[in-house]
Design a protein around this ligand. Structure first.
Ligand SMILES: [Zn+2]
Length: 269
């Protein structure tokens, strides 16, 4: 995309793009930005219409070199300071540009990319937290019951539909698909935690029991009445049979706990 003539802002604005898919995905965003800013959408070196220099050494295609390209290009077009938005691999390059050229980059937008350094840190923190929590549970309790994730996965409603034209993206599939996706992500964390929990419990001689999650969140712990109507909202449990009220999570947990010993008696080890 060519640079725009209109530029009421003090700095220009460079809109970085990643691979070929970007003009289609981000082109309309660039158009909107161009109403108020100069927008420059260069391809990274080696991509699209940009130069493809021979990779004489690994530095030729390093993010640092690509970041320098953007700063050089913007300066050549008269923008000594500018905002930078990067998408996908372009986001990693934009991040590098922000580190290498802090005087030049006034604002930084990072889109559609996993911050790899942070992810490592977060994952370590989560694992550490999972170990501590599992250790505490195993130390303090002889019996631990939890929802059986395999059954919950089987019950899961609409899987997100992959978009065949754009690998990695999803077709619109209503809120349910998003909920399914979010739940599968949180289940991944649960799966890791449960693996750690089971290992610690085994070495400590404790029982960990997976309970069928069906109806645990809508069965009344007081009178046993099971109905979807017992859950007027996500948080609230209000039994239509006996009027018992409680937080839905507490009800679910107590039902799982109660089902645990029953299941243990039914399936002697
Ligand atoms: Zn009840």
């Amino acid at each position: 995309m060519a640079p725009r003539a209109r530029d009421p802002s003090p700095g220009g604005r460079v809109f970085r793009s990643g691979g070929e898919v970007s003009p289609r995905r981000w082109g309309h965003v660039a158009e909107r930005l161009a109403d108020e800013h100069t927008v420059i959408c260069p391809d990274l070196r080696g991509y699209g219409a940009s130069d493809k220099p021979a990779a004489t050494d690994p530095g030729v295609y390093a993010k640092r070199a690509m970041a320098a390209d953007i700063v050089t290009l913007a300066a050549a077009l008269g923008h000594e300071r500018f905002a930078l938005v990067g998408h996908d691999r372009g986001a990693l390059v934009a991040f590098r540009a922000g580190l290498d050229h802090p005087e030049t980059i006034t604002h930084l937008g990072i889109l559609d990319v996993v911050p790899t350094l942070d992810m490592g840190k977060v994952r370590r923190q989560r694992l550490d937290h999972a170990h501590k929590t599992a250790l505490g549970l195993v130390r303090d309790h002889d019996l631990i019951a939890h929802e059986d994730l395999r059954i919950r996965n089987m019950l899961r409603s609409p899987a997100p539909k992959p978009n065949p034209e754009q690998p990695g993206s999803l077709l619109p599939n209503g809120a349910a698909a998003k909920a399914g996706l979010n739940r599968s992500l949180s289940d991944a964390g649960w799966g890791v935690f449960l693996t750690i929990l089971h290992a610690k419990a085994e070495s400590a001689g404790r029982d960990v029991i997976a309970v069928d999650p069906r109806n645990t969140s809508r069965t009344c712990p007081e009178c046993g009445h099971a109905a979807a109507e017992n859950r007027p909202t996500q948080e609230k449990f209000h039994c239509v049979g006996c009027g018992h009220q409680a937080h839905a999570d507490i009800v679910g947990a107590s039902n799982v706990l109660r089902a645990g010993p029953a299941r243990r008696q039914a399936q002697p080890a």
